[in-house]
Design a protein around this ligand. Sequence first.
Ligand SMILES: Cc1cc2nc3c(=O)[nH]c(=O)nc-3n(C[C@H](O)[C@H](O)[C@H](O)COP(=O)(O)OP(=O)(O)OC[C@H]3O[C@@H](n4cnc5c(N)ncnc54)[C@H](O)[C@@H]3O)c2cc1C
Length: 392
Amino acid sequence: MKIAILGAGVAGLTAATLLSRAGRDITLYDQFIAPAPVGSGLVVQPVGLKVLREIGAADLALTYGAPGYRMEGFEVGRGRKILNVSYGPDGGANFGLGIHRASLFDTLLKTAQSHGVQIISSHCVTGTSFENGKRHVMFEAQPPSAPYDLVIDTLGAGSPLSPLRAKPLEYGAIWGTVDWPTSSVQKYDQLSQRYNRARNMIGILPIGTLPNDPIRKATIFWSLPVADYQTWRDAPLESWKADAVQLWPEMEPFLAQIDQHDDMTMARYSHGTLRKPYGDGIVHIGDAAHRASPQLGQGANMALLDAYALATCLDRFDLQPALAAYTKSRRLHVESYQMMSKLFTPMYQSNSQVLPFLRDWLLAPASFLPPMPSILRTLVRGSLVNPHRGLD
Ligand SMILES: Cc1cc2nc3c(=O)[nH]c(=O)nc-3n(C[C@H](O)[C@H](O)[C@H](O)COP(=O)(O)OP(=O)(O)OC[C@H]3O[C@@H](n4cnc5c(N)ncnc54)[C@H](O)[C@@H]3O)c2cc1C
């Protein structure tokens, strides 16, 4: 079986490693000229770490990343604790690994290369065609590919191949990466957040180190309506920093490292899931198949879990039954997290007055009472439901 994997991101590199390891004939394409992932930090949750362990990438990821044992958030008005989720005991086996995308990419790339995977770069995918039971890939300014039995679309949220029409969300966020200030009183083993109703969500995520840079980093983020981004860019940077420091004084040494608007990158979010993520000789995985805001920090994990499930099904079944089995094994997990993300996101990022009120006075107090802490722990670990139903 000849397989083309389109996109050398989280899902693509993981699928390439697993399929190469299983002796498959794969070709991996990406549009980049040289591998250079953009973006900031993210959290690889325990379910995602399990996949990294499975492909032999966990040790390197752990040398880069920063284990986080808790997520803590306070509202800025009265200083009430709103979020208090623990992964398990400090220093224990369960944690979310804060990591920069460049470090995760380096980890996945080196792992894939150790299995002989090579990336065909400078190939921007524009479409595919299906003829005589085979799929050809079309590229910008390049001849079409040879025929493939299977094309795996891992082109991410902007995939031109995916039929998914996700709903854009009103709020996005600006994200930046800074050195961890030596003067900071913030804890390095947790994600910390502050909320001003649902209008502002500010966060500090420890993410460990970058390839070739031993200084510990943090990702900082500030939620922002997409429509207000240009206004934010047009306003003096100092007035935004002053607003942020007024809401959360401990942000000052982090923000002091932001010198220009371009140091912060705007991320836009959307929500949506493909009900049937496959067709004749093609399957969509990762963000190409389902998109959500990063409120629950699950996107990269979903990409890792998808890749693992797909490779397992291709190992066990013929092609079309494998795609159906893959879809079935992932459906409940994907849909549960999509639903939770849809439910939680507006409580933290919206113009609603009612939702943050409910969050602060009803849900937050309830979340501290048993059995909620253990349910929330399972939720953030990524294992609220079995991520690979029927494959264990
Ligand atoms: C600001 C932000 C914060 C996030 N935080 C978290 C978090 O805390 N935890 C978490 O788990 N997830 C998080 N995510 C989500 C996570 O980054 C994504 O879900 C994950 O990267 C999806 O992986 P993927 O392999 O599907 O796509 P990607 O990793 O985006 O890879 C897509 C690849 O396809 C290539 N490509 C795209 N278009 C083409 C084309 N036309 N032709 C050829 N190549 C192409 C790209 O170059 C890229 O290499 C966050 C996302 C954002 C934006």
